[in-house]
Design a protein around this ligand. Sequence first.
Ligand SMILES: [Zn+2]
Length: 360
Amino acid sequence: MGSPLLLHLLRWKYKAGGRKLRRGGAVSVAGKREDRRRDRQGPRKDGKAKKLKDLMIKSDNKICADCGAPDPKWASATIGVFLCLKCGDVHRALGADISKVLSVTLDDWSDSDIDSMLEVGGNSYANSIYEAFLPRDHPKPKPDSTMEYRTKFIRAKYETQDFLKPSLRISSRSSFKSTTSTKSVDSSFSSTSRKDVSEDTREFVGELNITVVKGTNLAVRDMLTSDPYVVLSLGAQRDQTTVKPSDLNPVWNEVLKISVPRNHGPLKLEVYDHDTFSADDIMGEAEIDLQPMITAVMAFGDTSRLGDMQIGRWFMTKDNALVKDSTVNVVGGKVKQEVHLKLQNVESGELELELEWVPI
Ligand SMILES: [Zn+2]
């Protein structure tokens, strides 16, 4: 039951968002067609296998999803996570209906196995769901943890799904009003309202103060210039800056506020050109992965008495919009992260932000 749950959640969530999010290894229509052609012809040379490799090299997938051991060589195709040898063995014992374990180098992956991996997007997305309610007194196993503790944790995480948001747990008869019984979990994703699943507004884990610092070399949308403003959104929440008239290098220094629910996707950023007489034109977009910051916040707990230090990092990869690695730091007791983005799907433009975590 592990995989269908998460896959259905993801599929439903992104559909509800209006368009599918680009995650690691964006799949172009041409690419898909080419894969199909290759499949007919025999073994894949690159195609989908390459997309799986691209996913593997994302920073969150370079450590085991369950115990953090480096360089995982196994994956659960049904759950969508990368695993070390020891955790892979535990997964195998759960049975292939819960976790289908494949070697990332040796086994012959089917198209649907690879599609599942690509759709979940790897460890941080899967963990943001499966570990959303991981209690503080139930630490994850470490690379050298005993098989006994490892097994206990992995069973709780995927088999009984103890750390999942209560309304999604298959084993609970929760007080949640929607149709969350064992059999109707799948259908509930297509019938419940958006708020019920993708964003439980009663379950915020914190808030973000996001300073939109400045834009550089933004795209021209009117005759010679643009009137840019920035929109940030997370699920149904949305906040935006003021419009800077005729400015391709605008300095905003404006603070936008977003609450972060337990189940959250990436923070979306869009830049628009304000147009008085017609619809505003898009001037680029980017996605901000909040997982590195939230993982660091959860790991370090109360940072108010900590000295200045680095506690996390969102790595620049060719799959994300970062101009450079973005570090998560404790500064004066507060958790902050500077993010320098290259706007996507536009001819030019960069944007600088500073995220500050506000515990609730
Ligand atoms: Zn492991």
